[in-house]
Design a protein around this ligand. Sequence first.
Ligand code: PLP
Length: 385
Amino acid sequence: MQIAERMKSIPFTPIRKIFEEAARREAAGETIIHLELGRPDFDTPDHIKTAAIKALEEGKVHYSSNYGIAELRAAVADKFKRDNNLDYDPATEIIVTVGATEAIFMTMMALLDPGDEALIPMPAFPAYTRCVYMAGAVPVAVPAKAENDFTPSVQDLRSQITSRTRLLVVNTPNNPTGAVYSAETLEQMAALAVEKDLIVLADEIYEKNIYDGHRHYSMAVYPGMKERTITVNGFSKAYSMTGWRLGYLASSPELIAALIRIKQYATVCAGTFSQWGAVAALNGPQDSVADMGAEFDRRRRMVLDRLATMRGISFTRPQGAFYIFINTTQVRKPPRQIAAELLEKAKIAVVPWGDEHIRISYANSYQNLSKAMDALEQVLSEWCG
Ligand SMILES: Cc1ncc(COP(=O)(O)O)c(C=O)c1O
């Protein structure tokens, strides 16, 4: 049977490949420590689960509006005002999505024509490139270099703009690097987007995962940006709700009118009782967000301290998200082989990333991370001793 031509550019992500291999080993009786997934290990806070259970008990089991339930859109609008100083109209400027993933997919499908170009600072979360391909458009990689704290330079972005450039992806705090773009950088990127008439996909899903006194700024607050930005966020990371499949996007009524037409045929709406849980997440107490953030930071500091003493690796101190992007060139093995051998020898799952890096996530317990660091240290000292 023949599959579509476009699928040639859509591989299974390295993250999922490692996860599947780790799962296979676990099924065969091995104990693996998962450092590959961007999945907070905490349970969803109780008051959120209670709200979803109540919704189920009350029979809130039917389709909602394509835009999402009005109560959740209102809560999202309040959140944008409270946290990001952004005014979005819940009736015309917000769509509840099936995770931030769907928001990214909808954006690329609704706003890019075949042959259009999208600027993507690299390294990047794989969904951007793949969704650009699915839209028949062309991803254009712009380097975000370690020596520049993994922030792309505005000159480099400018130099890649052609008459076909339509969209710029801005993901801060960043997966996989943990970079948090400064207000100054965002202001310059915004000015470039206005000058070159670009749409910006601002993926802010790690907004609450931020450390060392750094601050998150939303792209849409800069002059001329609200109408050209798709602000994407979600519940997976901040509230440990990855399995609920809930996110949201906000933009101008004109862009929303295009985006919603994709959604009708992709998923219709996000799960209705999940949406009621999300209302409780945004309107309820935020202590759990702060508690999870503090625990992430405790783990992060321990892991960074341990990694700093290990041979063969180097890294830039991440300021956000929950990943450490580790340069492995001194190990003198391709990252894919490093990941395979770490799984085999150290029983830890990590993600190989390009030709020079692995990514580890510290969304695992302190105790497991501590064990994983012992195992990693041992293997690295064998390789680089
Ligand atoms: C940068 C980034 N954006 C979006 C997502 C997707 O999140 P969701 O679970 O809301 O689909 C992820 C998940 O890892 C991510 O890292």
